[in-house]
Write a protein that binds this ligand. Sequence first.
Ligand code: AGP
Length: 608
Amino acid sequence: MCGIVGYIGKKQAAPIVLDGLSKLEYRGYDSAGIAVFDGKEIVTKKAAGRLAVLENLTHNGENMPGFSGIGHTRWATHGAPSDLNAHPHSNGAGTIVVVHNGIIENYMALKNKLVKKGYEFSSETDTEVLAHLLDYYYDGNPLQTITKVLHRVEGSYALGILFADHPDELYAARKNSPLIVGCSEDGCFIASDVPAILKYTRNVYYLDNQEIARLTADDVKFYTVDEEEIEKQLVTVDWDANAAEKAGYEFFMLKEIYEEPKTVTDTISPRIRNGEIVIEELGLTDEELKAINRIHIVACGSAYHVGVTAKYVIEGMLRIPVEVDLASEFRYRDPILSPEDLVIVVSQSGETADTLEAVRESKARGIKVLAIVNVVGSSIAREADSVFYTWAGPEISVATTKAYSAQLVAFYLLTMKLGRVRGVIDDRRFAKLLEDLQALPDQIELMLGQKEKIQHFANRYVAARSVFFIGRGIDYAIGLEGSLKLKEISYIHSEAYAAGELKHGTISLIEPGTLVVAVATQPELFAKTVSNIKEVKSRGAFVMAIAERGRKEIEKEADYVLYIPFTDPFFANSLAIIPLQLFAYYVSVGKGYDVDHPRNLAKSVTVE
Ligand code: AGP
C-alpha cells in the first residue's frame, strides 16, 4: 500500500503535499517523491528511505516553488526501494508525471509493446508503464488520454497525474485503491486517506471504481471512464484532527493501546438501548438472523485472529457452526457456501485486497456479506451488503491494537444479538453478559495499570531469539495475536500453538531459557494448560502465564504470572491481549525500532 497526496490552488504546493505525505507514512515508507509544476515545467524530486530524506532534499518543499503538485510515499511491490523506483514516474520528456498506488497486473505486456515502439524505461516499476502509456496516447486532451489508458490497464490503481501543458489542472483516477478528493478556499486536494488533508477540509468525495477527477484551484469535476460527467456526493468527515496525531506519546501504537478503553466504549455504547442490543446497521431482519445456518468469518492478520476468537464465542454461545478463513485462502479454495450462510468479513482499513475480493466472491455467489470495518467509506464498507463500524477512530500504527479490541466487542455484540433473536440466551444469562461486557473498558484500564511491570519484564527479552505462545480454545486465539504483535514490531521469531499440540513435534524446539507465554484464562481448560506448562518447564522453558485472578495455583508452575479481572470467559481475549500488546511494544522499543513503521510492512495491504 502506498500514500498519495496532490494539491492545486493558491498556495505553494510542495509544503502541503509533504505535510500530507507525513500523515500517510503508515501506508508505506521505503521511498518518497514529489513533482511540482514550477510555472515552466514539472520538477520532480524523489529518494529512497523515509519521508524525512525527501523533506531534507527539498528543504521541506521550499526549493520547489509551484501551485500544483503530487507526492507519493511507497511500499514497494514491483522493484526494490530505490531512488529510481520511487514515485513519481514520468514520460521521457517529463511532461506527464504520475503517482500510483496499486498493481498494474498486465504491466509487462504493456511494457513490451511500448519498448517495441521505442520507449525507454528507467525503473522496474509497473507505474512507469502508465507514464509512457499516457505519453503514447496523449493528443493534448488529458481526460481523453486517461480514459484510453484506463481501458488498457488491468489491476488496481489510485492515480495522481500532472500534464505540463495543462498546468491549471490535476487529474486523479481510482480502481480498487482508495482515493479521496477535497476542496477548500485555498485549493483542491487528492489523498489516499483522510488524515492527509483533514487540516484543510472535512468535506470530501470518495472516488469510486473507474472514476476520474479533474481538479482546478477552484473546483473539481468527475467523469466515468467513458468521459461522461457525473455528480458525486460530498461527505463530511467528523474525525477529530488530533486523533491522527501522537498527542505526546512516543509512538502511535502506545497512544492507541491507551485508547482501547474508549474505543471499546465507543463501539459498545451506541448499540445498547434500554438493556437490549440494537444494531441498526446490521441490515438483517430478525427472521434472517434466525435463518442463518452457518457463518463464515473471513479476514487477514490480526482481523483473522479476531475471527478465530469469534468462532469459539459464537459456537460456544449459540451452537451455530462457524468457519474461519484467511481471506487469501478463501478466495481461491472455491468455498462451499449455501444461501442460508452469512459471510462476515473483518478489516480495520477496509482496503485489504484479499478481504475485498472475498466480499466480491461471496456476493457473486449470492451470499449476504456483513463487514466489520473501522474506516468509514472504505472499499469493503461500500461493497458489503451491510457494515458494522468499529468506532476506533484513525488507527495509524501499523500494528493494530485498538481496532482489534473494537472488532472483538463487535463480535460479542453480534453474538449476543443473535442469541436473543434466536432465543438461546435467556434474560438472566443476557443480563450477566451485558454486565460483563460493559465492565470491559474499566477492566482494560486495570490491565493498562500493569504497564511498568510488563515493561520491566519485556526488557529481559529484548535479545530473545524465539518466543512461543500456547493456549487452548480462546486462549489459543489470544496467543495467535500475541505472537503476531511480537513478530511484526520486534522482528523476533515467534509461534503460537494450541497448547495440546505442542507435544506433537514443536516441543523439540523448547530448550533451557526459551520464553513460553502460556495463556490460561479459560476455566474449563485451565488444568490442561497447566499440565502443558509443566511439559515445557521440564524442558527448561521460562514461562510467563496469563490467568484469571484468583488462580494462584498457577504460580507453582509458571515463573511469572499476570492476572486478568473476572469476566465472562468468552470475553477474556479483550483483557488478556492488553499485556501482550504492551509486551511486544516494549520489546520493540527496547530494541530501538520505529514501532509504528516496522520494516517490510504497511498499514493496509491493498495488493495481493
Ligand atoms: C496487524 O497488526 C497487522 N498490521 C496486519 O496483520 C493486519 O491485521 C492485516 O493486514 C489486516 O488488515 P485490515 O484489518 O486492515 O484488513
